[in-house]
Design a protein around this ligand. Structure first.
Ligand code: DCC
Length: 210
């Protein structure tokens, strides 16, 4: 298993990099939405595609060999920036911003056209992704089993997620959670999460951020 990577940078440097990458990811997210919803003519689509290819080449002129990885600083700040649920460098992520409310983790997120499954409704796999993530984060552990009950369809738009550890037995944690819209719960989730034996490593190379 690829290990968590320690990166020896200050909180100011984390904030600086966040300020650099977040607007780029927001732009890519807008691009995803525009690509789904545009009704411009084919010539305009071709011209836009060429511009996007040029931007992609600019970004690829210096990049990591593999994924971003999950990096941590000395004060425990996590940088899971490629994560598809919460990653600030991943335009696939809504992004979900998870906060603590007592014993529960909670998140509010708006799911637009990029998350559509049935017409006007959230794709069931997206519900699973977001619930897997928030339950996993509540446990700080790897998903062993995850059971979802889709009680009713989730309309695209604003959704609320919650997760809470309800039992612990050694490295096994039972976590429950839900997704809801303004009218109440749409999906409930229960999972067994296994806390792995992980060690942090020194940063394996000298890659610098921008
Ligand atoms: C990381 C920080 C993230 C922190 C940040 C959080 C980000 C959240 C991310 C979302 C979560 C994910 O998507 S995680 C990615 C998706 N999940 C995975 O890829 C997991 C793949 N599976 C594995 O890596 C492994 O099978 C593990 C880690 C689940 C278990 O392996 P292990 O650590 O060797 O455990 P093992 O000794 O076999 O078993 C320990 C105990 O757990 C039980 N057990 C083992 N597997 C399972 C299982 N699938 N379902 C139920 N129970 C199980 C055993 O019966 C045993 O119980 P007993 O005999 O002791 O009673």
């Amino acid at each position: 298993m690829r290990q968590f990577v320690f990166e020896d940078i200050t909180s100011e440097e984390v904030a600086r990099r966040t300020g650099v990458y977040t607007p780029l990811t927001d732009s890519v997210r807008q691009l995803l939405d525009a690509a789904i919803r545009t009704e411009v003519d084919p010539d305009t689509i071709r011209a836009a595609g060429e511009l996007i290819d040029r931007a992609t080449a600019m970004l690829r002129s210096a990049q990591t060999d593999g994924p971003h990885g999950v990096r941590y600083t000395a004060d425990g700040t996590g940088m899971p920036w490629g994560n598809p649920a919460i990653g600030i460098r991943n335009a696939i992520a809504p992004p979900m911003v998870v906060t603590r409310d007592g014993d529960r983790l909670v998140a509010d997120v708006v799911l637009g056209a990029a998350y559509e499954g049935p017409p006007g409704l959230v794709h069931g796999g997206i519900c699973a992704l977001l619930l897997d993530h928030i339950l996993g984060e509540a446990a700080s552990a790897m998903t062993g089993t995850l059971t979802l009950r889709y009680q009713r369809a989730t309309p695209l738009g604003a959704v609320h997620l919650e997760a809470e550890v309800v039992a612990t037995a050694g490295r096994k944690l039972t976590v429950r959670g839900s997704m809801s819209d303004a009218d109440g719960i749409t999906v409930t989730a229960e999972g067994i999460f296994i806390a792995p034996r992980l060690t942090m490593t020194e940063r394996p190379d000298d890659r610098e951020g921008p």
